[in-house]
Design a protein around this ligand. Structure first.
Ligand code: GLU
Length: 326
């Protein structure tokens, strides 16, 4: 799809040339100002905002001892949050249905698939005896914390980094995947990493750790913010930006959708992914950490990693070890 998107304007230009030059027409060529443009700039995706030059950098992350330390599983299967989910009979999961490899619609079956979807299914399996007893709610990256604070979802399973800032508003499970922020660009762009983004146009999603890092570490980049990472791939394909920067996991999902793109440069950060839960839902947090303990030890994590991520991110990964605060 992406190469057709690029070829169409060129084909149109050739058609226009053949048309004006054809059939023994001896009239002089039209003045340049009246020529049909060979390429019309497509509109930006809905919700795109070209960020002004930022006068102030995002505040530094607040410190906390170890944001990835969570509540230890204690085998309990009851509590206010667990009981409410069981009474309802389904787990409400917030995620992004356009995140290739993590949570995306299989175009042939229409079902949601991916690493994050399968992690959510393991929670539903242990809590409700049915991996499919799930109601999905669509969330953009910037909607995740509010959905948990307003309790419109039970859990967020959406490539969500655990950090001290977010821990002030929501709770997290132990880490279930480690990622690293990097840069996606098109082959031959000359961009080899963060340093080359000075003066370049970079697409980033609002409400993410990726945006804060780019603003802090490459303030000379000109940033376009959009609602979803899939939007970033479109604006890269349309040459409206020069690069996209976020976690290597998310970038891998974009890169497999367009073979003319590549992930470049060194790791810019370590991102530990946690399952987001409402603050105070301690029974649910302990239960979910029990599910993660099980899938780390019974081979499920390795099976899911191999199925969804190993081809793009390497075979050698192991589940991040659990860290507890109690
Ligand atoms: N891990 C980053 C975050 O939680 C970016 C990934 C995403 O937007 O889903 O902000």
């Amino acid at each position: 799809m992406s190469s057709r998107r690029r070829l169409l304007p060129a084909a149109f230009a050739m058609f226009a040339l053949a048309f004006t030059a054809g059939c023994g027409d001896t009239s002089p060529p039209p003045a340049p100002s009246t020529r049909v443009p060979s390429y019309i700039e497509p509109p930006l995706p809905s919700g795109a905002i070209a960020a002004q030059t930022h006068s102030s950098l995002p505040p530094d992350e607040p410190a906390c001892s170890d944001p990835t330390a969570s509540l230890r599983p204690n085998g309990t299967r009851t509590g206010p949050d667990l009981d409410a989910i069981r009474t309802r009979g389904r787990l409400i999961v917030g995620l992004d249905p356009g995140s290739n490899l993590f949570s995306f619609r299989d175009p042939t079956t229409g079902t949601l698939d991916g690493f994050d979807v399968d992690i959510a299914k393991e929670i539903a399996r242990d809590l409700l005896g049915n991996p499919n007893a799930i109601e999905y709610r669509i969330l953009g990256s910037a909607d995740r914390e509010r959905a948990l604070q307003e309790r419109t979802v039970d859990v967020v399973v959406k490539t969500m980094t655990i950090n001290c800032e977010r821990r002030q508003r929501v709770s997290f499970s132990t880490s279930y995947l480690e990622a690293h922020q990097r840069v996606l660009t098109v082959h031959g762009s000359g961009i080899g990493g963060l340093n080359d983004l000075a003066g370049k146009r970079v697409c980033v999603v609002r409400g993410t750790t990726s945006l804060d890092r780019i603003r802090r570490e490459q303030p000379a980049a000109s940033i376009l913010t959009v609602p979803s990472w899939a939007d970033c791939l479109v604006v890269l394909q349309q040459r409206q930006v020069d690069a996209v920067s976020t976690d290597d996991t998310v970038l891998a999902g974009l890169a497999v959708q367009d073979p003319l793109t590549e992930v470049v440069g060194p790791n810019l950060s370590t991102e530990q992914y946690g399952i987001g839960m409402p603050k105070g839902a301690d029974d649910l947090v302990r239960f979910v950490n029990g599910v993660l303990e099980r899938i780390r030890s019974d081979g499920t994590w390795n099976r899911l990693y191999t199925e969804w991520l190993a081809d793009e991110l390497g075979q050698a990964a192991v589940p991040p070890p659990a860290r507890y605060q109690d």
